[in-house]
Design a protein. Structure first.
Length: 309
């Protein structure tokens, strides 16, 4: 008897026992369970004890904002939408160019001249119809950040899991994303690659207060000239970084990081990838107490005496 035939003869609850080794009660996640169709679609994820049916339902309720739909962002969007993320917000003002096509595989020649976020939204509908996608065709900056992240913040207020992916290659934009995420207490997963050098780190100072932010590493005075447009890059190298960024994002959304500061391996780390030697190195990313973005700030009480926050 095939697996699908056996499932059709069992009540919907039985599939959790067959694949996960345990049954989720009817009142988990407010009584929601996966439909049989969704269970089959996401079965390889549900098989993992760290995911299970409850985790898959958690992903369906989650929201992710992806800023930058270039090499990193367009691939991360595909991974997350197809993994069952319930809502994606895509932000990019750029248009598809012919030089993008060797590494931005969501796009093709017919998309040249069209906005990346708009095209990505249209194509994700076919890949992951269950995912609600919002596209913004404007640049992310301090003036637009509240509007761009409104959906994600609303989901957060409902007690659901959210995070932001920084997939940009502009230093000023990366600083703006980092600052807004710190201010709004939004988890951030940031990745970049130029030539053969990739970087990856995650910040969530609500869950891991001792971890540093982007500004702790690169102050506003730092000069960063590396980008794909000036240094070049190989498409598969971009794919590696986008895959790792998506993997970290999913683990954080599923709370797989186990935010015990003595055991955490996702937050408070800064990874470097050498695409030539296929090697990874990691360093501890510690919060800078003097950081202008995430460091303690002085406020004045009614007695007009400064105190630390």
């Amino acid at each position: 008897m095939s697996w699908m035939q056996s499932m059709s003869k069992n009540p919907p609850l039985a599939h959790a026992e067959v694949l996960c080794g345990h049954i989720h009660s009817d009142n988990e996640h407010c009584g929601h369970t996966l439909s049989d169709a969704d269970f089959i679609r996401y079965s390889r994820q549900v098989l993992l004890p760290e995911v299970g049916e409850a985790g898959q339902l958690q992903l369906a309720e989650a929201g992710v904002a992806i800023i930058g739909l270039g090499g990193l962002g367009q691939l991360a969007a595909q991974y997350l939408a197809c993994a069952g993320i319930g809502r994606l917000t895509l932000i990019d003002r750029d248009k598809v160019e012919v030089s993008n096509l060797p590494r931005q595989l969501l796009f093709n020649d017919a998309d040249i001249g069209l906005n990346k976020a708009r095209v990505a939204k249209q194509k994700l509908k076919g890949l992951a119809p269950q995912c609600t996608v919002t596209a913004y065709e404007t640049a992310f900056n301090p003036a637009t950040s509240a509007h761009h992240l409104a959906d994600i913040l609303q989901i957060k207020q409902q007690g659901k899991r959210v995070l932001v992916l920084d997939c940009t290659d502009n230093f000023a934009t990366r600083q703006a994303i980092n600052r807004r995420c710190i201010e709004a207490a939004l988890p951030l997963v940031s990745a970049s690659i130029a030539a053969f050098s990739g970087q990856l780190f995650a910040v969530d100072q609500m869950r891991f207060p001792s971890g540093g932010c982007y500004h702790c590493i690169f102050s506003a005075q730092t000069r960063v000239s590396q980008s794909c447009s000036t240094q070049g890059v190989l498409g598969p190298s971009v794919g590696v970084m986008a895959s790792m960024q998506s993997l970290v994002a999913m683990q954080l959304l599923l709370n797989m990081d186990r935010c015990d500061e003595s055991k955490n391996v996702l937050l408070g780390r800064f990874w470097r990838f050498d695409a030539k030697s296929l090697s990874w190195t990691a360093a501890i990313l510690t919060r800078d107490p003097h950081c202008d973005v995430c460091g303690p700030k002085e406020v004045h009480s009614s007695s007009d005496k400064p105190r630390k926050l």
